[in-house]
Write a new protein. Structure first.
Length: 166
């Protein structure tokens, strides 16, 4: 997906990691949870904090700070877990993602989104679908399908599958 493929105004959930605003399309968001105890899993990828139980379902939780090469999230009262659905290879993977805080749902029109800059950003350009504006701040539209490779998604999903089977 590229900025050119965004052809209609859509709703996006805005959240903060460090001092930066990010957003994901609300169609990919299942729910937002207050921070809860996360159970660590052995042999998980470095950016996976562990798993949580959401109404009987085991959900892997990733730390975007770690994925972006930052220090791990230190939970605070504003820390949230954004539960997202990622469609991949004919199935839907449900993951939780830590955010320092969740702001609001906003509408962004295609003409408000520009391609990510070729340089000058500390985030890997492949993860960023585009850049928009939010309250005089730039916001990074995350491409959650590119944020995780197929291999990473398999490694994230595997501990959750094993937990559900036992």
């Amino acid at each position: 997906m590229t900025v050119d493929t965004i052809t209609q105004t859509d709703q996006y959930l805005t959240f903060k990691i460090d001092e930066e605003y990010f957003t994901v399309n609300v169609r990919n968001v299942r729910e937002i949870l207050e921070y809860t105890k996360i159970t660590k899993m052995p042999d998980a990828p470095h950016f996976m904090r562990g798993i949580i139980n959401v109404r009987g379902s085991v959900i892997p939780v990733i730390d975007l700070r770690l994925k972006f090469g930052m220090e791990a999230t230190v939970p605070k009262s504003s820390t949230r877990i954004i539960v997202m659905e990622i469609a991949r290879e004919g199935r839907t993977l449900v993951i939780g993602s830590l955010a320092d805080s969740v702001k609001e749902v906003i509408e962004i029109a295609p003409d408000q989104i520009e391609p990510p800059p070729e340089m000058g950003t500390r985030w890997k350009k492949d993860y960023i679908l585009g850049v928009g504006k939010y309250q005089e701040e730039f916001i990074m539209l995350l491409d959650i399908k590119k944020l995780f490779s197929t291999d990473e998604l398999t490694r994230i999903d595997q501990p959750a599958l094993e937990e559900e089977e036992s």
